[in-house]
Design a protein around this ligand. Structure first.
Ligand code: NAD
Length: 361
């Protein structure tokens, strides 16, 4: 069993990264956690505000493409494991401006992998047992596998890659680099491919927060195409627990697919959220949230269905999700109701520009 106690978390001010940092600090309070985050539009110091006083947590604003900075942090902090979340993560943005996706997701991941390779080697040189604690965890997505037809079996670790968007193609590129660093150099890299996450601190552009927020503002809820696209949904803390197990006991060089076993059509998800809003929001600007649903022109190249077979991580590491879609969505909707002060400032001019571009017919 690996025991990394000194972690570098890239993208730790984003949605999953900040949930992971909070989870790790609560579960392993003695561990050192260093967050490296460029604070792009999706990164937010407020996501970690409740952890400011934690002396074992250090926040560094910087870019994963900055090799000198990455090398300094690895050496100075005697990092044992990297949990690599930093990415451009939104498919719609990758369609309009793919450049940043290639830069951060491919080049940035390469910089981290390569810097970690030298750091790992020098740690092994100084202490042969260090290798037992070290790992590079590359957090990736199920979107690298492409799109499923209704009767296809779900994605698993053996599904061939077939990315369809600039986002998923850039993540596929970094997955392959991580794999190659294990096979070529023996560096202990592990890749996880997870389905759609949801939960607190999710940036407003994504379907679940967007639906909650638009309902609270009395704005229409845009649903792409016919709304029949199917996604698998996993509550973010279940993902964090899976990553914890992979970091501690996953096999170097392996891939683990992670999913919630919750396949839902987009339109059904939006209806579920509308029902929860009708129930949980004390006053709504409209009679029933459902009346705000508006179908909009489909996203180009929109994948039809994603689904995950998580048998391997279940049988090898004992992981299974704890939240159901009902319990997870209820908690999430309540969080958006309770945390208006968190999401309101994120609806910036930049966000409005993006929104107009994404949803104008
Ligand atoms: P996010 O967009 O909420 O957060 C990304 C974070 O990375 C932000 O804090 C941002 O500031 C930071 N970042 C971006 N470019 C950077 C750079 N060049 N240098 C340093 N920091 C940079 O994303 P998320 O939804 O939390 O996703 C995290 C990771 O998990 C991504 O790699 C994503 O591909 C993967 N993933 C996400 C989902 C999901 O449903 N959200 C599912 C599976 C996998």
């Amino acid at each position: 069993k690996r025991l990394p106690q000194r972690l570098l978390v890239t993208g730790g001010a984003g949605f999953i990264g900040s949930n992971f940092v909070r989870y790790w600090c609560q579960t392993y309070p003695e561990d050192r956690v260093v967050v490296l985050d460029a604070l792009t539009y999706a990164g937010n110091r407020a996501n970690l505000a409740d952890l400011e006083a934690n002396a074992n947590l250090r926040f560094v604003q910087g870019n994963i493409c900055d090799r000198a900075l990455v090398e300094t942090l690895l050496a100075e902090e005697r990092i044992e494991a990297i949990a690599h979340f930093a990415a451009e993560s939104h498919v719609d943005r990758s369609i309009h401006s793919p450049d940043a996706f290639v830069q951060t997701n491919v080049v940035g991941s390469f910089v981290l992998l390569d810097a970690f390779r030298y750091h790992w080697k020098s740690c092994l040189g100084a202490d042969a047992t260090a290798g037992n604690r070290m790992a590079f965890l590359h957090v990736s997505t199920d979107e690298v596998y492409g799109s499923l037809d209704p009767d296809d079996p779900p994605f698993s670790e053996t599904t061939p890659y077939a990315p369809n968007s600039p986002y998923s193609a850039s993540k596929a590129g970094s997955d392959h680099l991580a794999r190659a660093y294990f096979h070529t150099y023996g560096m202990p890299a592990i890749v996880t491919n997870c389905s759609n996450n949801y939960g607190p601190y999710h940036f407003p552009e994504k379907l679940i927060p967007l639906t909650c927020i638009n309902i609270l503002l009395g704005k229409s809820i845009p649903v792409y195409g016919d709304g029949q696209n199917v996604r698998d949904w996993l509550y973010v803390l279940d993902h964090c627990r899976a990553l914890d197990l992979v970091l501690h006991a996953g096999k170097p060089g392996e891939t683990y697919t992670i999913g919630g076993n919750n396949e839902v059509k987009n339109i059904d998800l939006v209806h579920l959220l509308c029902k929860l809003m009708d129930e949980l929001a004390p006053t709504l600007p409209v009679k029933t949230a459902g009346q705000l649903i508006t179908f909009v022109k489909d996203r180009p190249g929109h994948d039809r269905r994603y689904a995950i077979d998580a048998t391997k991580i279940h049988t090898e590491l004992g992981w299974k999700p704890t939240a159901t879609i009902a319990s997870g969505l209820r908690q999430t909707v309540q969080w958006y109701l309770d945390n208006r002060a968190w999401w309101e400032p994120l609806l910036s001019e930049e966000y409005r520009d993006y929104y107009r571009q994404a949803y104008s017919a």
